[in-house]
Design a protein around this ligand. Structure first.
Ligand code: UD1
Ligand code: PEP
Length: 455
C-alpha cells in the first residue's frame, strides 16, 4: 500500500470519515451558508505554543480536521493533556510535560508537517526533541534546511543517528541573528517558537508575515513574549524566562474561505461563508472580482456568488503574503476553465503544485503546464528557480471521470470540478481533504450538492 494512501486513510479515520470515495453528480450550483472556523495553519501552531506555557491555555474555534488530531497525538505523547471543553474549544495543559517514547512519536510519522515546530518548545522544556518523519502535502521537495540551520544558530545539536529527527541543547538555547534565504512560513514560526524563551535577543531577517504568523505572534504576546515586527520583514524577539497560558480565538481559515468562494464561482452558485473576513482575503478578493465573481462583505461573513455573465481570464502569480497565496490557486483554476480566454497561473512557491491538473485535463479542461514557468510574460514576481506555470484556455465543459485526490488543495479542486462536470465522477482518496477542510461532506450536503457518500 502506498504511504499516500495510508496517510489518507489515517486522516479520514481521525475525523470520522469511513469511506475513501465520493460519487458526485455534477451540474448543480452550490447554494447556501456554511461556516469556517479557525485556520489549519494557525490552530495547529497555537497548540504547539501551549507547550511553552507554565499554565494551561484555551484555544477557541479549533477546526475538527485531522491535522489537529495529529498535533493532539503529538502533545499527548509529551504529557500535555488536551481536552475539549466546548465545541471547538480546547484546554491544553502542559504542566506535566515528560519525555515521549519513540513508539508514540513514530506512530505519527508521515501525518503532518507541524511536528517540526515542536523542536524549540521541547528543547526548552526537556532539553531534547524527538520528532517523527514529516508528512503534509507532497507538492515539491519541502526540505527543512532553514529550520535546522535556525535551530543550530540557537545552539541546538542534531543527532543524525536517530530515524526521525532528534535534537538536544547541551548548553541551552541562545538568541541568534538569522536571515532566511526565503520568507518561509514554517521556518519563521520555528524561529518565533524557539526565540521567545531563548536567552537574549533574536533578530530574524526575511521573515514571513502571513496573517497566521501575526496571529501566532499575538498568542505569544498574550503568553508574555516580547516580539517586535519591524518594516521589511524583520522581527526582533527578546527572550523571556517564563511564559504562561493564553486564551485565544483562532484566526479564521482564509484558505478554506477562498476555496468555497471558488466553488461558488465555478458552479455558478451562491455561498455565504460565515466567519470569513475581508482583511485577510483582500488579494484573493481582487482576483475573484477580476475573474467576474461577486462578493458582499457582511459583519459575520462574506457572500460569494456568480452574478451572471461571462467569466474573464486572469494572470496570477502565487507569492508570499501579501501576495496571492499558493493554497488558493487550485480551486480557482477550476473556475478559470469556465473563463472566456487564456489565463496563466504562475506557481512560484512550490516546484510541483500542478499535479492536480492531470485530472482536470482528463475531465476535458484545456490546461498546459510549463515546468519552468513562462519567462516572457509581464510579471510582478521575479522569476524563481522553482516556478511552474499553468496556462488555462477556456471556456471548456468538464465531463465526469474517475479521479484520485493527490493532495489537500488539489483534492478540493477535484470536488469542485466534479460538481461542475456533466455526468458522474467518482473521487477516491478523499480522506486527504479532511486534513484541512472541516466536515466538508456535511458542508457539501448543506450547499445542495448531489452526491453519494457512504460515511
Ligand atoms: C502547515 C502550514 O502552515 N502550511 C503552509 C505553510 O507551509 P510551509 O511552512 O511548509 O511552507 P514554507 O513557507 O516553509 O515553504 C515555502 C517554500 O520554501 C521552501 N523551504 C521551506 C523551508 C525550508 O527549510 N527550506 C525550504 O526550501 C519550501 O520547499 C517551499 O518551496 O506555508 C505555505 C506557503 O504559504 C502554505 O502553502 C502551507 O499551507
Ligand atoms: C500545503 C498545505 O498544507 P501543509 O503544509 O500542511 O502540507 C496546504 O494547506 O495547502
Amino acid at each position: 500500500m502506498s504511504s499516500l494512501l495510508e496517510d489518507a486513510q489515517r486522516a479520514a479515520k481521525r475525523v470520522g470519515l469511513t469511506s475513501d470515495s465520493i460519487i458526485i453528480n455534477g451540474g448543480k450550483p452550490l447554494r447556501g451558508r456554511i461556516e469556517v472556523r479557525g485556520a489549519k495553519n494557525l490552530a495547529t501552531k497555537a497548540m504547539v505554543a501551549a507547550l511553552l506555557g507554565e499554565t494551561p491555555s484555551v484555544l477557541k474555534d479549533v477546526p475538527d480536521i485531522s491535522d489537529v488530531g495529529v498535533v493532539t497525538g503529538m502533545l499527548g505523547a509529551y504529557g500535555v493533556s488536551v481536552t475539549s471543553t466546548a465545541p471547538g474549544e480546547l484546554l491544553l495543559d502542559p504542566t506535566n510535560v515528560e519525555k515521549a517514547h519513540f513508539a508514540e512519536i513514530d506512530a505519527l510519522a508521515g501525518s503532518s508537517r507541524i511536528p517540526i515546530l515542536f523542536c524549540g518548545p521541547l528543547l526548552h522544556r526537556l532539553g531534547e526533541a524527538l520528532i517523527p518523519d514529516l508528512g503534509g502535502c507532497r507538492i515539491g521537495d519541502r526540505p527543512i534546511d532553514f529550520h535546522m540551520d535556525a535551530l543550530r544558530a540557537f545552539g541546538a545539536v542534531v543527532d543524525k543517528s536517530y530515524e526521525g529527527i532528534r535534537l538536544t541543547a547541551p548548553n541551552g538555547l541562545k538568541g541568534a541573528n538569522i536571515e532566511l534565504p526565503y520568507p518561509s512560513v514554517g521556518a519563521t514560526e520555528q524561529v518565533l517558537l524557539t526565540a521567545v524563551r531563548a536567552e537574549g535577543v533574536t533578530e530574524l531577517k526575511n521573515a514571513a508575515i502571513e496573517p497566521e504568523i501575526m496571529d501566532l505572534i499575538a498568542i505569544l504576546q498574550k503568553m508574555g513574549a516580547i516580539i517586535n515586527v519591524e518594516p521589511n520583514r524583520v522581527i526582533f524577539i527578546e527572550g523571556v524566562e517564563k511564559l504562561y497560558g493564553y486564551n485565544h480565538r483562532a484566526l479564521f481559515d482564509r484558505n478554506e474561505a477562498a476555496s468555497w468562494a471558488s466553488a461558488a464561482l465555478a458552479t455558478e452558485g451562491d455561498i455565504f461563508v460565515g466567519g470569513a473576513k475581508q482583511q485577510e482575503l483582500m488579494t484573493f478578493l481582487n482576483i475573484f472580482r477580476k475573474v467576474g465573481g461577486a462578493f458582499d462583505i457582511h459583519e459575520d461573513g462574506i457572500r460569494f456568488y456568480h452574478p451572471g455573465g461571462e467569466l474573464k481570464p486572469v494572470v496570477v502569480e502565487t507569492d508570499v503574503h501579501p501576495g496571492f497565496m499558493t493554497d488558493w490557486q487550485q480551486p480557482l483554476i477550476v473556475a478559470l476553465t469556465k473563463a472566456h480566454g487564456v489565463s496563466v497561473v504562475h506557481e512560484t512557491v512550490y516546484e510541483n503544485r500542478f499535479g492536480f491538473t492531470d485530472a482536470l485535463i482528463e475531465m476535458g479542461a484545456d490546461i498546459v503546464v510549463h515546468k519552468d514557468g513562462l519567462a516572457a510574460i509581464t510579471r510582478r514576481v521575479p522569476q524563481r528557480p522553482l516556478e511552474q506555470a499553468a496556462v488555462i484556455t477556456g471556456p471548456t465543459k468538464l465531463h465526469g471521470a474517475d479521479i484520485r485526490v493527490p493532495d489537500l488543495r488539489g483534492g478540493f479542486s477535484h470536488l469542485i470540478a466534479a460538481l461542475t462536470a456533466e455526468g458522474q465522477s467518482t473521487i477516491s482518496n478523499v480522506g486527504i481533504i479532511s486534513r484541512g477542510y472541516e466536515h466538508f461532506v456535511d458542508k457539501l450536503r448543506m450547499l445542495g450538492a448531489d452526491f453519494i457518500y457512504e460515511g
